[in-house]
Design a protein around this ligand. Structure first.
Ligand code: SAH
Length: 244
């Protein structure tokens, strides 16, 4: 990481009231691994140091807003891609136990290698689909927290994430600006799968000022057995929402 990159990381973290001074070396290493992995595997569209620091690292850490991840929570990152938000969260919040999930094996292989290189033993990446995990005894109802960044429309996410949570668990969906239409469909979908939208936190990303929304759902009752529906159906026939 260049001195400019380090200054940017510090300034943006301070805007989120985070002190990352103990983890700066690890963030620098993550940046290197991501840039090397990207040349090999084409993992992410963001390639410049500034973009990776702001739009991957800092953006991922905005899931810490509201304090919902302050705890020894068993947390699943649904559709982690190259490891976001899971890897920055693991660095900033070492008490979390994290399961980065993605259906694409090469992405999970990268996340696993990277977690190992960073010494993150509390990160256990998994190849699979949320629809399958949500109907498996091993994963259904087993998580305290689920997070997802830039994966699907809110009604789709509600159906994929809520089955994985225990009653009382929370799901944080990271999005850009969200339309009233999507939010309303998300509220109805949440009700259908056993939960409720409890927070809509609109804010701007540090430095760039890009609009972001963190939507928090709480699971309040067990999810009906028919959810999640089989692979692909939540996306192609979203609850209360027109498929794109
Ligand atoms: N969260 C990452 C990646 C977003 S791209 C980031 O913000 O950078 C969305 C990712 O979700 C893709 O890697 C895709 O493979 C994965 N994905 C989409 N639907 C999924 C599902 N049902 N189960 C598991 N992974 C899924």
């Amino acid at each position: 990481m260049t001195p400019e990159g380090l200054a940017l990381l510090r300034r943006a973290a301070a805007e989120l009231s985070l002190d990352l001074s103990a983890q700066e070396g690890q963030f620098a290493r993550l940046l290197e691994l991501l840039q090397a992995g990207n040349q090999r595997l084409n993992l992410t569209a963001l390639k410049t140091e500034e973009d990776i620091i702001l739009k991957h690292f800092i953006d991922s850490l905005t899931t810490l807003r509201g304090g919902h991840l302050n705890g020894e929570w068993r947390t699943l990152d649904l559709g982690t891609g190259a490891g976001f938000p899971a890897l920055p969260l693991a660095l900033a919040q070492p008490k979390l136990s994290l399961v980065p999930l993605d259906s694409i094996r090469k992405k999970i292989d990268f996340v696993r290698e990277t977690a190992q290189a960073l010494g993150l033993s509390q990160v256990t990446p998994l190849v699979g689909r949320a629809e399958t995990l949500g109907q498996s005894e091993e994963h259904r109802g087993q998580y305290d927290r689920v997070v997802a960044r830039a994966v699907a429309a809110l009604p789709v996410l509600a159906e994929l994430a809520l089955p994985l949570l225990r009653v009382g668990g929370l799901f944080g969906a990271q999005k850009g600006p969200i339309s009233d239409e999507e939010l309303n469909a998300g509220r109805r979908a949440a009700g259908e799968v056993g939960g409720r939208v409890v927070e809509v936190d609109e804010f701007n990303l540090p430095i760039s000022g890009d609009a972001r929304t963190l939507i928090v759902l709480e699971k309040q009752r067990p999810t009906p057995a028919k959810y999640p529906r089989r692979e692909g159906v939540p996306t192609h026939q979203p609850l209360f929402w027109k498929a794109k």
